[in-house]
Design a protein around this ligand. Structure first.
Ligand code: C5P
Length: 202
């Protein structure tokens, strides 16, 4: 039986950590859908047109090194505005969502557009300042030389682009449960998410 958990939210909200932990706990497959847009953004930085890059995307491209850089993140959010790019990536995400054995997908539009029938929908968020500091620590730990102010500016630019676009803007689905991780530790958010999933599985 398919069982889909849709986890949406802005950059560095903690949704990736939460999604991986939930997938591992319940033995479900996990797809970080941001990687699709990042892989397309990366090709665009190399000179390929966004639509051609989206149509040519293969599952192996998601495992490439170098998709987690700030430049690729900005390129991803620019290609994500293009309706034809989004359309080219829908089938892959829907098939993943409805595979048997359960799936967790995290992104921006999973509960609203990709899988409105998802059994569980979570919207994970936190203040821009908290998210920027988290992302800055991750980037420093990964060896990137970046300033916190620049990361905060990037987070706000990406939020504005993701929430302001016409096609599949970032917003909670009407039936999503919101978890604000600026006030909640990741352990507490995980405990809450787990109990929501368990209640739905019963
Ligand atoms: O989640 P991540 O930060 O890796 O996503 C990179 C960019 O890809 C986002 O800023 C957003 O513009 C885009 N994205 C999207 N829809 C998704 C996942 C990511 O538009 N489902």
């Amino acid at each position: 039986m398919p069982f889909t958990i849709a986890i949406d939210g802005p950059a560095a909200s903690g949704k990736g950590t939460l999604s991986r932990a939930i997938a591992e706990h319940f033995g479900f497959a996990h797809l970080d859908t941001g990687l699709l847009y990042r892989a397309v953004g990366r090709r665009v930085l190399e000179g390929v047109s966004p639509i051609d890059a989206a149509l040519a995307l293969r599952a192996e491209d998601l495992a490439e090194d170098g998709l987690r850089t700030p430049a690729v993140a900005q390129a991803a959010s620019k290609v994500a505005v293009i309706a034809e790019v989004r359309a080219a990536l829908v089938d892959f995400q829907r098939a993943f969502a409805r595979r048997s054995g359960g799936a967790v997908l995290d992104g921006r539009d999973i509960g609203t557009v990709i899988c409105p029938e998802a059994e569980v929908k979570l919207f994970v968020t936190a203040s821009a300042e908290v998210r920027a500091e988290r992302r800055w620590r991750e980037l420093i730990a990964a060896g990137h030389d970046v300033a916190l102010d620049d990361v905060l500016r990037d987070v706000k630019t990406r939020d504005a682009r993701d929430m302001g676009r016409k096609d599949a803007p970032l917003k909670p689905a009407e039936d999503a449960v919101t978890l604000d991780t600026s006030a909640l530790s990741i352990e507490a958010a995980l405990a809450e998410a787990r109990s929501i999933v368990e209640a739905r599985l019963r």
